[in-house]
Design a binder for this molecule. Structure first.
Ligand SMILES: [Zn+2]
Ligand SMILES: [Zn+2]
Length: 66
């Protein structure tokens, strides 16, 4: 299944990680690559890749404007 990687922030927000070189956020799995000629699966898995001790960008900006 194709997947999107997220960083889980301290504020409990999931932020999708862009691929290096500004690629699409959706990672194509090897099944989709070989069986579907690079077209993503109809369903997407959402995975937490790493955890951050900080706030996400949105919360950081909100914190600044408050
Ligand atoms: Zn897939
Ligand atoms: Zn947040």
């Amino acid at each position: 299944m194709c997947y999107i990687l997220y960083t889980l922030h301290k504020c409990n927000h999931w932020v999708a990680q862009p691929q290096p070189g500004n690629g699409p956020i959706l990672r194509i799995c090897s099944d989709a690559e070989t069986l579907r000629l690079g077209r993503p699966c109809p369903e997407t898995e959402h995975r937490v890749e790493n955890r951050s001790q900080g706030l996400c960008d949105g919360c950081m900006w909100n914190g600044i404007t408050k």
